[in-house]
Design a protein around this ligand. Structure first.
Ligand code: SF4
Ligand code: SF4
Length: 109
């Protein structure tokens, strides 16, 4: 079976944390454990503020195996209002990534 992954087009990430909450609720992780986190990478360069949020799945992420085996999208993808998260086969995501310069591709262990 083709390997799957998550593509995150972080240029459009608003830092809303919906993915973090959806993942936590889906998996019921204990306090202090998260399947995905969002880094605030806001910085100031030459007097200009650049706001960037960078979501990154942790080693607890199983790509929502229970949901995807039922044909559903991962919880984070479903709840991302910015629609900047994509789940699919790696070769499809890699192709999509070519049109998304500020994106990251996550491949679980
Ligand atoms: S794919 Fe599922 S387990 Fe992985 S970060 Fe998204 S919601 Fe969490
Ligand atoms: S739900 Fe989407 S927009 Fe919100 S923090 Fe996660 S990736 Fe960013």
């Amino acid at each position: 079976m083709a390997k799957k992954g998550l593509l995150i087009h972080y240029e459009y990430c608003t830092g809303c944390m919906a993915c973090v909450v959806a993942c936590k609720q889906e998996h019921d992780y204990p306090a202090g454990r998260w399947g995905i986190m969002v880094n605030d990478c806001t910085r100031e360069t030459e007097g200009r503020v650049q706001v960037d949020f960078l979501p990154f799945p942790t080693d607890l992420c199983d790509l929502c195996a229970r949901r995807t085996h039922q044909g559903k999208r991962p919880a984070c993808v479903k709840h991302c209002m910015a629609e900047c998260m994509f789940y699919g086969e790696l070769h499809d995501l890699a192709k999509k990534m070519e049109t998304m310069p500020r994106s990251v591709l996550f491949v679980p262990k």
